[in-house]
Structure formats: structure tokens, C-alpha cells
Write a protein that binds this ligand. Structure first.
Ligand SMILES: *[C@@H]1O[C@H](CO)[C@@H](O)[C@H](O)[C@H]1NC(C)=O
Ligand SMILES: *[C@@H]1O[C@H](CO)[C@@H](O)[C@H](O)[C@H]1NC(C)=O
Ligand SMILES: *[C@@H]1O[C@H](CO)[C@@H](O)[C@H](O)[C@H]1NC(C)=O
Length: 766
């Protein structure tokens, strides 16, 4: 490798830190709908299996196995269900062993595998006493129940992890095999052609408290992924090591030595480490990405999510391992275990039979060496030498990966990473580093057990948790409404069709698609793509609060409000809350046009325009052209503000400049000035207060109290506004408190309640 390339890889490795997700969607939001399946009788749906044609999802749940129709991407519907629960007597026995009947003693179905064209194989914890069964796919009923060997195939405890995989009708399982979950086995069951089932040699400890997180079958070999105690580092207590183990699919064991035991078992450390830092040593999950069509199986990639034994906070990383690197390590040198000293030492010289398939006729001396030399000297290092994703603030726990072709014809990898807090992160691995395109909430409570499966062909990802099954479409380009938003998203699965003016999958004509994954250059990609921002008209009664929502299309972008009104009126008349909402009091001066602009990656665009005008009053209305040329109307008659304005000759706005009000509120927060305009119209007394301002330098105690109360209201309003914006971005106006109303706290609360769409009085009109 040329030194410059090494240097580049080194640099890439050091700059993989993640920025926050560009957009975020709460569970099943209108913009990013999901397919939810959460009937009350589906509990702990934590084992998922997709049928070969990706149209049926089998779910191993609590006391039941479900068959779900997932042929439609927007709905999941029940096909069949079979109940499978322990008897009351078995539950009592479980309780007598000190287990909680509700939490531990149901049957948590932990293996669901397709055995052959007619039968499924299932295994469940069954009141801390694993049972297994076949399910007749046709009638979807349990047949051929209970096998003593179930205890080798799935764990006793619902919290212990396991893995299972079926190849040619033979089921390979990796599971803890006792009540305490201390011993573990990788074994083959339902062996075909009359050959014996094979398990691990138990005369020596091949696995040390393993937690199995996944398995894969490639060619003649099976791989199991887990974390265990690294006994080769005898100087460190309880050091955990991520591992990959292999066995050969057709292993039948030795003739005298290792009868019906693996002769091909070997394990190797998986290293996921940022240069010169402590490794991410705890493997959480592995996803196997098959090679691109037409390439060799050695191009298979394993994406592993890791956390660290030493980290105190949420921290995680994703490393990619190439099958060919795994093969090279298993073909390399081994360590050997000294049964006397219980120490590992390097095995000198080359021993070509270690880690090999087809040792059934190997000599006893070769097999006795196999027995104690099953740990490789080398570690499997990640492709590129470093993690592809490092997150210093998220604990990722599950991963799925898919290849996708971008508009430029290049292949990109998209990862789906599940966070402990219930969000799925869609991460594109771009040349400039990983990028979280979006985050989608998929569950609400922390989950002890969860699983994900991906249907690349259907573009659906399924998440199974104790809350049910959630189907997530891998992309939803239509959330990006403009060319710029579509390009800025930098989603390999979305591009802007210039012909049809929609954000869509970049399939057909690449010249039609605007997409720039590496740079997100909107100016170049979206030339001549005009965006029509719909003007929203807002009709507000005079003196009421107007709140203009502006949803930030992307988190890193910043929002700005612009209006010609800002030239004439002081900034303090306008309040901008953290969620982007602009609030002000509807007056003749504030009626006009407001634009909300978003800036991202050096590109600015208007994303919302509001035209705010007064609500038609039953009295005389004379339409006037205001300075901006917007068609607005101005109320006439004996409105209180007319009185105030009547005296003003040149610029009515002058009435509200901070200088004029200074002597009243100079010691107060700026934002209160806005609400000096909010004197209710049917309240001549307070109007009089406002008009008869105390002389400069003198503070009116009453007004100070009012100001403070109003400040409280502003705070509450912002809270209400955030809620309003979260629930639905509807334009609402609401009544403000009069100083008298504000004197009672619960009146203030009511006002806030009326801001939310579900609360109290319909706002905005009189
Ligand atoms: C599938 O496996 C079950 C259980 O071993 C067996 O009874 C059934 O005959 C098999 N079906 C086929 C088509 O091989
Ligand atoms: C099963 O689901 C319940 C909530 O319905 C949850 O509290 C519990 O932790 C789950 N158990 C397992 C083993 O997933
Ligand atoms: C887009 O329009 C151009 C020119 O009008 C045309 O040549 C091209 O085929 C169109 N592409 C698609 C995908 O419709």
C-alpha cells in the first residue's frame, strides 16, 4: 500500500466522529409513517424471521408464535397465530426455583427457524425449562413437541442472548445451556443423511461466559459472533473480548478422538479500536452483508456494533470485517492451551489442520492438538483499520446494512443503527465520513431484548421489541419537498427528479436526478429548480398573539425570520422561541408578510411565508394597501388602539419604541415590551393606565407586577408553543392575558391550555 494511501486511511479513521442527525421523526409521525403492529395479545415480540420471499414475518413472542403478512409496505397484518405457553404446574415449578412468574416464567420464544418447505422449528425458554417444537406451516399448529435436547438450543433465561441459523434443513444453535447460564454450546441439530448431531468438546472450556449476538453461513462454514471473557489475558480480571468462532457445516467429528464433537471449531478476537485508544471490546450485534452480485463470497462483510467495557457514558462504534480477513486469521497461527498450567502459549510452526474442514479421518495426535489449539494468535482487524462509525454520545445496539446505488452510479452503504433510547439512525457511509441522514423513533421505553431484520428487496426494516413489531420503510424521499432539501439530505436513496419536481428514488434516468452526496451542492444541482413556497394567510384579531410556526427541515441549519416589518418596529416586539416559532401581537403595525428562511451548508432558502392580516370585524372594514403592497385590511371604529393611534401622526410604530416605554419597564426583560400592546380592548381602565404612563424614572409597582406576570405568561406561552408545534404545525392565534386575568395563576394556565390544539376554547376568532 503506498504511504500516501495509508496516511489518507489514517486521517479518515481519525475524523469519523458523528454529527447529530439531520432530521428527527417521532414514532409514526405523519411525515415519516411506519407500519405498526401492536395488538394487545402480542407481547415481547423479540425474535423475528423473514420468509424467503420477504412477504411473511414470523415472530417469536411471549407464549405465542405469530405469522404476519408484510407483503404491503404500509401495513402489517396478522396471518396466523399459535399459542404456546407453560401449564400452571410448570409455572409453579418455575416459581419454586426462585423465578418471578410474570417476568421469567412465561415462554419467551427465542428461536424461530425455517426447517424445510413444510415446517418451522421453534425453541422457547418455557418457564425456565427450554422446550422446542415444529410448527406445521400449512395449519400453523405445533407438532412434534418436546425434545430433551431443547436445553442445548435456546436459553433458560429470557434475558440471555442466543443465535440460531439453518442451512439445508440442519439447525445450528449457539446458546447457554443451563439454569444459571454459565455453560454454553454451539451445536448442530436435525443432522441430515443419517449423520450424528455435533456439539462442543466439553473436556476443555471452549467458551468463557459467552454472550452470542449473531451468526452467519458462508459457503461450507458457519460463523458465530459473541463476547466472552478473554482468558488468554490472565493478568487482567474479567477482560471481555469480542470474538468470531467458526465451525464447518459438514463436520462429523473424529473417529476416536472428538467423537461427535467439532473438529473444526476455532475462535479469533475481533478488534474494533480507534488508534491508540482502548478498544470497543463488547460486541452487541452483527449484520452480514452478502457480496455484491457476481462477486466472490469472500467479499462478504460483517458489520459489528461495539460498545466498551470501560466507558461510563453512552459510546459505541461500528466496525466492518471482511470475510477474507477472517479466513486469513483462521488460516494463520494458533495458541495452545496448557491443561496443567491453564495458560495459553503460541503454537510454534505451521499446523495446517487447525481450523480446517474435513478432519474426520485425521490422526488422533492431530485431533488432540485440535482439542487444545482453537484460539488464533492473530486478531481480525476491521477493514480500513478503524471503525466506520464512532459515536461518543449514542449507545448503538443493533445494526443492519444495505448497499445502494446512487445517481452517479456509485455504490454506497447505508447503515441502520438502533439506539438504546428507541431511535433508528439511518447513516450513509460517504467518502467524507458517516452522516446521520435521519433518526426515526421506533419504540418508546428502554428494551432489554430487541431485534431487527432487513428486507433489502422490499426496502423495509422490522424492529421487534416488547412494544410490538414496527416496520420502517428504509427511505421516504417525499419528506424532502424541494430540490434543495432533497439534495441537502444527502441520502443515497433519494434524488430530485428535475422533470417531475419530486424527491424520489434515483432509479431511472441519472441525468434527471439532482443528487450530490459528497458535497450537497444545491446551487449546482438545483439550478432552474424554482421552489414555490405557498403563502399561508393568517387572520388574527387585533391585540391577540400571533404565532407563526416554522419547522426546521434540518437540525444543523439555522432559521431566520425576515420581514419589512422588522425595519419599522423594534426587535423587542417579536419573540422567537427555540422551536423557530415567531410570536407577536397583532396590531395594524405588525400585519404584513413574514418569511422564514433556513440556512444549511452555506445555502439559504425561504421555507415558509405568512401573510398576517386582521380578522374581518363585523364593523366597517376598509381595505388599505400597506407599505409592502400586501393586501391587508385595517379595522376602524372605536377599537381601543384606534384611540392610541389617533394621536400619532407620522409613524404609529413610534408609540411602541423602547424609548417611549423605557420609563415603565427599563429594569425588565426585553420581551415584556412586546406585550405592552396586549391591553385588552374591552378594558378601558388598563388602557387608561397605559396612556397615563408614570413620569420617567418612576416605577409603577402595579405595572411592575403586571410585567412580571406577563413575563411568566410569555414563558408559559413558549412552552405551549413548543407543544403546539410538536403536535401539529397549525396556525393558531390565542388570546393573551389581560393584566387583571394575569393576576390569577390558574387563569394563566388556562390560557396556555388553549394554545394546544386539544385544549379548551377554539382560539383565533371572536
Ligand atoms: C420437514 O421437517 C419435518 C420435521 O422433521 C418433517 O416431519 C417433514 O417431513 C419435513 N418435510 C419435508 C418436505 O421434508
Ligand atoms: C417483556 O415485555 C415487558 C413489557 O411488556 C417488559 O417489561 C419485559 O422486560 C419484557 N421481557 C423481555 C424478556 O423482553
Ligand atoms: C426528462 O426530460 C428530458 C428533456 O425534456 C428528457 O430527455 C428525459 O428523457 C426526461 N427524463 C425522464 C426520466 O423523464
Amino acid at each position: 500500500m503506498p504511504p500516501s494511501l495509508l496516511l489518507l486511511l489514517g486521517l479518515l479513521g481519525s475524523c469519523v466522529s458523528l454529527r447529530p442527525p439531520r432530521t428527527s421523526f417521532i414514532l409514526n409521525s405523519a411525515e415519516r409513517p411506519l407500519a405498526l403492529f401492536r395488538p394487545p395479545d402480542l407481547l415481547n415480540s423479540t425474535t423475528l424471521l423473514l420468509s424467503d420471499d420477504d412477504s411473511t414475518l414470523f415472530v417469536g413472542a411471549r407464549d405465542a408464535v405469530f405469522s404476519l403478512d408484510v407483503s404491503q409496505s404500509d401495513v402489517i397484518s396478522l396471518k396466523r397465530k399459535v399459542e404456546w405457553r407453560p401449564s400452571p404446574r410448570e409455572i409453579t415449578e418455575c416459581r419454586n426455583k426462585g423465578k418471578d412468574p410474570e417476568v421469567d416464567c412465561p415462554n419467551f420464544v427465542r428461536v424461530v427457524q425455517k426447517l424445510n418447505s413444510t415446517h418451522l422449528y421453534v425453541c422457547g425458554s418455557f418457564a425456565f425449562s427450554p422446550h422446542d417444537a415444529f410448527i406445521d406451516a400449512e395449519s400453523f399448529s405445533l407438532v412434534g413437541l418436546v425434545d430433551a435436547k431443547a436445553k442445548l438450543r435456546c436459553p433458560f433465561s429470557p434475558l440471555q442472548r442466543n443465535s440460531a441459523i439453518t442451512v439445508d434443513g440442519e439447525v445450528f444453535t449457539a446458546s447457554t445451556t443451563d439454569f444459571r447460564g454459565e455453560s454454553a454450546q454451539i451445536s448442530r441439530h436435525f443432522s441430515r443423511e443419517g449423520r450424528q448431531d455435533v456439539s462442543q468438546d466439553s473436556s476443555i472450556s471452549l467458551l468463557e461466559e459467552p454472550a452470542f449476538v449473531g451468526s452467519a453461513a458462508v459457503d461450507r462454514k458457519l460463523f458465530f459472533f459473541f463476547t466472552e471473557v478473554g482468558k488468554e489475558f490472565s493478568f487482567v480480571d474479567e477482560l471481555r473480548i469480542a470474538r468470531i468462532a467458526q465451525v464447518c457445516k459438514d463436520d462429523v467429528g473424529g473417529q476416536r478422538t472428538l467423537q461427535n464433537k467439532w473438529t473444526s471449531f476455532a475462535k479469533a478476537p475481533l478488534l474494533c479500536q480507534v488508534h491508540k485508544q482502548l478498544p470497543f471490546n463488547v460486541l452487541q450485534h452483527v449484520f452480514t452483508l452478502p457480496p455484491p452480485e457476481g462477486t466472490s463470497s469472500s467479499e462478504t462483510l460483517f458489520y459489528g456494533v461495539f460498545t466498551s467495557q470501560w466507558s461510563s457514558g453512552a459510546e459505541s462504534a461500528v466496525c466492518v470485517f471482511k470475510l477474507q480477513d477472517v479466513q486469513a486469521v483462521f488460516a494463520g497461527s494458533y495458541r495452545t492451551f496448557d491443561t496443567q498450567t491453564h495458560l495459553w502459549s503460541s503454537l510454534l510452526g505451521k499446523h495446517s489442520h487447525l481450523g480446517q474442514c474435513g478432519l474426520d479421518s485425521a490422526t488422533d495426535s492431530e485431533l488432540s492438538q485440535v482439542k487444545k489449539s482453537f484460539l488464533t494468535s492473530g486478531s481480525v482487524k476491521p477493514a480500513g483499520g478503524a471503525p466506520v462509525v464512532v459515536s461518543s454520545d449514542r449507545q448503538y445496539s443493533r445494526v443492519a446494512a444495505m448497499r445502494t446505488q446512487a445517481a452517479n452510479g456509485k455504490q454506497y452503504t447505508v447503515l441502520f443503527l438502533l439506539t438504546e433510547s428507541g431511535f433508528l439512525h439511518k447513516v450513509a457511509l460517504l467518502a467524507g465520513g458517516p452522516r446521520i441522514i435521519e433518526e426515526i423513533q421506533v419504540f418508546t421505553q428502554p428494551q432489554l431484548v430487541k431485534s431487527i431484520v432487513l428486507s433489502s428487496s422490499k426496502g423495509m426494516l422490522y424492529v421487534g421489541t416488547s412494544e410490538g413489531v414496527t416496520g420502517v420503510p428504509v427511505s421516504r424521499c417525499s419528506v424532502y419537498r424541494s430540490c434543495s432539501q432533497c439534495v441537502l439530505a444527502r441520502d443515497p436513496q433519494c434524488g430530485w427528479s428535475r422533470n417531475s419536481s419530486v424527491c424520489t428514488a434515483p432509479h431511472t434516468d441519472p441525468h434527471d436526478i439532482a443528487q450530490d452526496l459528497e458535497e450537497g451542492n444545491v446551487e449546482e444541482q438545483c439550478r432552474r429548480q424554482t421552489k414555490t413556497v405557498r403563502n399561508t394567510e393568517v387572520w388574527a384579531p387585533l391585540n391577540e398573539a400571533v404565532m407563526l410556526p416554522c419547522k426546521n427541515p434540518a437540525q444543523p441549519s439555522s432559521l431566520t425570520w425576515t420581514s419589512r416589518r422588522f425595519r419599522n418596529l423594534p426587535k423587542s416586539h417579536f419573540l422567537r422561541s427555540a422551536d423557530g416559532t415567531l410570536s407577536f401581537i397583532a396590531t395594524a403595525e405588525t400585519f404584513g408578510t413574514y418569511h422564514c428562511e433556513a440556512r444549511e451548508a452555506g445555502f439559504t432558502e425561504v421555507i415558509a411565508t405568512f401573510i398576517v392580516g386582521p380578522v374581518a370585524s363585523p364593523r366597517a372594514i376598509s381595505p388599505v394597501q400597506n407599505r409592502e403592497g400586501d393586501q391587508v385590511t385595517q379595522s376602524e371604529g372605536d377599537e381601543p388602539y384606534e384611540d392610541i393611534f389617533r394621536d400619532t401622526t407620522v409613524n404609529p410604530a413610534e408609540e411602541y419604541t423602547p424609548r417611549n416605554n423605557k420609563h415603565v419597564i427599563d429594569s425588565e426583560d426585553k420581551t415584556q415590551e412586546v406585550f405592552f400592546m396586549s391591553t385588552p380592548r374591552r378594558d378601558p381602565q388598563s388602557r387608561k393606565d397605559l396612556l397615563e404612563l408614570p413620569p420617567a424614572g418612576q416605577h409603577s409597582p402595579a405595572l411592575l407586577v403586571v410585567s412580571l406576570l406577563l413575563a411568566l405568561c410569555v414563558g408559559l406561552m413558549i412552552l405551549g408553543g413548543v407543544q403546539l408545534w410538536r403536535r401539529e404545525a397549525l396556525i393558531k392565534t390565542s388570546r393573551l392575558l389581560s393584566p387583571e386575568d394575569g393576576g390569577r395563576t390558574n387563569a394563566a394556565m388556562e390560557t396556555v391550555a388553549s394554545l394546544s390544539p386539544t385544549g379548551g376554547e377554539p382560539s383565533g376568532g371572536e
